[in-house]
Design a protein around this ligand. Structure first.
Ligand SMILES: Nc1ncnc2c1ncn2[C@@H]1O[C@H](COP(=O)(O)OP(=O)(O)OP(=O)(O)O)[C@@H](O)[C@H]1O
Ligand SMILES: [Mg+2]
Length: 255
């Protein structure tokens, strides 16, 4: 059995076959506001609260106070965890990280020694993509960065922005190929309303759920609910009633 690093969100952990694989690098991708940061923070906070695993957050968000404030909205007091030595948040710029990637590795290494960090959130990987315009350079950089997290046996979540609100993604980045798992958050339009859907697209070396689930962000954080029943094309962002459903309707009507 592989060691698991749980989210502490029951449905999600069971969809992942028990949780993320400990020591793996995992991508969570989604459009603005889908809940990437919330899910990532919840992984870190539950790591501390439920599993006594210290965490590290590296964020490129410009306003630290806003970050702490957003977390407090969910009742997550990040400052308190930092004071207790259970959490370290590094606010930085991608160009700084790129210039000092070796130094950054050194910094992360010493934090791991110092605090015993087991979990890590990178919010977000996309900031690197803005900095590097050469495809090969970007791939190499992402590969080195992700490898360095794995070398330290951290279970990491790397967030990625997807600017297409509905529908497919396009990017030079190879991160989804390099990472061990790939989770997608998405807006979907059903009957003139917008819902959120999540899907585990890949997970190396583990069984995982293949279904597309509805989720919402509540005051307690990430909450997964039922599958989308009778809808095809969820991933395209504009689902249609499924063939089976349409058949049933026609059949029942005809009957
Ligand atoms: N306390 C709360 N209760 C319910 N929903 C909330 C609460 N706080 C924030 N939200 C909602 O959670 C959603 C997700 O926010 P989050 O910052 O996690 O998304 P994100 O994917 O990281 O966005 P971005 O791409 O802008 O970084 C927001 O749309 C917001 O409306
Ligand atoms: Mg965010």
């Amino acid at each position: 059995m592989l060691d698991r690093s749980q989210f502490g969100v029951e449905t999600l952990d069971s969809m992942l076959g028990g949780g993320l694989v400990a020591g793996s690098a995992n991508i969570v991708e989604g459009a603005p506001g889908t809940g990437k940061t919330t899910l990532g923070m919840q992984f870190i906070v539950n790591g501390i609260e439920k599993y006594h695993e210290p965490g590290l957050i590296v964020t490129f968000e410009e306003f630290p106070s806003q970050y702490y404030h957003d977390a407090l909205n969910f009742g997550w007091d990040l400052k308190k965890y930092e004071e207790k030595g259970m959490l370290k948040i590094i606010f930085t710029n991608p160009d700084v990280v790129l210039d000092e990637i070796d130094e950054m590795g050194g910094k992360i290494e010493s934090l791991i020694d110092e605090l015993g960090i087991k979990r890590c959130l990178i919010d977000s990987l996309t900031h690197f993509e803005y900095e590097v315009d050469d495809e090969n350079e970007l791939r190499e950089m992402e590969f080195d960065f992700i490898s360095s997290l794995k070398r330290e046996s951290l279970t990491s979540i790397l967030l990625r922005e997807n600017n297409n609100l509905l529908g497919q993604t396009s990017s030079l980045s190879q991160a989804p190929f390099i990472a061990d798992s790939y989770i997608i958050l998405r807006y979907v339009e059903i009957e003139s309303a917008v819902s959120k859907a999540m899907l585990i697209l890949k997970m190396r070396g583990s069984q995982h759920a293949k279904d597309i689930r509805r989720f919402q962000i509540t005051e307690g954080g990430f909450e997964i609910s039922e599958k989308f029943i009778g809808q095809d094309g969820i991933l395209s962002g504009s689902p249609m009633p499924s063939a089976a459903d349409a058949f049933m309707k026609a059949f029942v009507k005809a009957g």
